[in-house]
Design a binder for this molecule. Structure first.
Ligand code: ATP
Ligand code: MG
Length: 354
């Protein structure tokens, strides 16, 4: 019997069937973007000072028992029909608690506990505030397609843009049999974790084997990574156009690997017209890892199944991919690349993760 009620500045989740089961409700509400904090609390049945005092005492006793503690009462009254001013409510309730709980002392500057009382159309009371992720309501900023690998970075990048209200879809390029089913499952597991925040998540699994093998044989080996990334961007852009998305998202972080130099990013970026969002561009690895741990993708990301086979990784990759030369080595391959890409996209598997 859960209901969500809109109040100025608050969304109130109510269980009209009785006592709220916080262990059930908090984990479901916590990941919702656009919420700043959760305040597990109570709503009073009655609109009276007696009811406030009684509930306040019960709340404080239940949560804080007889441990020695400092507290203060914060009252806010937006409903002026309630005859007692907020200062008076705070003073009366404070005094009532002091009278009945010898373990409590008042400290207005740095209290251990702040008991909040909000007099709206009904009266609400809470003393715990759980900070959540903030951000913007999911989907309020338009759609983006995220290049999602099984690594640490791209799930974090995807999550960060989702947090800013971007409706995200994922594209994973895999190369069976060079990459295993395990690697694919890992990406699906990461998508599931993202879906805990977004509600659902559409994942494209594009088989890139033929295209990768073709590039392996036909471009200079030291520039293979850049050509491969360009092919991924092109394919992702096609999917984005088809789905009405306005941007691509990657987990690139400047300087992290050879292809993530300014020149590398320049050469990769030049292949597509859509804006490419790189929320991790200026972050250190440890900062990225910290977020991955916080949002619960890290453990999955570090499982050992690689998302790209070693035969496709250049031993001595260039760090200064010259766009002119890269374009030149792709020029005579363009038709085949287009054809292979079309085939890859046509045979895409779409997985709806919830
Ligand atoms: P990640 O930790 O996200 O795997 P990375 O540190 O391995 O990134 P790169 O391999 O250079 O860095 O990849 C840069 C970005 O390209 C990734 O963050 C991701 O957005 C995209 N990408 C790389 N490989 C794939 C893939 N197999 N499928 C989809 N996107 C990919
Ligand atoms: Mg990777």
């Amino acid at each position: 019997n859960y209901y969500v009620v809109r109040e100025p500045g608050r969304l109130i989740v109510e269980d009209r069937g009785g006592e709220m089961d916080y262990d059930l409700v908090i984990p479901r509400v916590e990941p919702i973007f656009g919420l700043v904090a959760l305040c597990p609390g109570i709503r009073l049945q009655e609109m009276s000072m007696d009811a406030i005092k009684e509930e306040a005492l019960r709340h404080m006793q239940e949560l804080y028992g007889d441990k020695p503690m400092t507290f203060k009462v914060n009252a806010r009254r937006s409903n002026k029909g309630f005859g007692v001013a907020s200062m008076q409510i705070a003073a009366d309730v404070g005094e009532y608690i002091l009278d009945h709980m010898p373990n409590m002392t008042v400290n207005v500057k740095t209290p251990d506990v702040v008991l909040n009382i909000e007099v709206r159309n009904r009266i609400y009371m809470y003393s715990k505030i759980i900070k959540t992720y903030g951000g913007l309501p999911y989907g309020s900023s338009g759609k983006g397609v995220s290049l999602l690998s099984g690594g640490i970075d791209s799930p974090v990048a995807t999550w960060m843009m989702a947090k800013r209200g971007v409706e995200v879809e994922g594209v994973y390029f895999h190369s069976p049999p060079y990459t295993s089913e395990w690697a694919k499952q890992k990406v699906i597991d990461l998508a599931k974790r993202i879906a805990d925040f977004t509600g659902e998540f559409k994942l494209y699994v594009v088989s890139f084997t033929d295209l990768q093998l073709y590039l392996l044989e036909n471009v200079p080996h030291d520039k293979l990574t850049i050509h491969l990334k360009r092919a991924m961007m092109r394919a992702a852009e096609k999917i984005a156009e088809k789905d009405g998305a306005w941007s691509l998202i990657t987990g690139e972080s400047v300087g992290q690997v050879a292809s993530q130099t300014m020149q590398g990013i320049y050469a990769i970026n030049a292949v597509c017209n859509m804006p490419v969002l790189r929320p991790l561009a200026g972050m250190d690895k440890q900062e990225i890892v910290d977020i991955a741990e916080k949002i619960g993708t890290f453990e999955t990301s570090i499982q050992p199944f690689e998302d790209c086979c070693t035969i496709f990784v250049a031993k001595h990759p260039v760090t200064k991919g010259n766009l002119k030369r890269i374009k030149k080595s792709e020029e005579h391959l363009d038709d085949v690349i287009d054809d292979l890409m079309k085939k890859a996209i046509d045979s895409t598997e779409i997985i709806h993760v919830k």
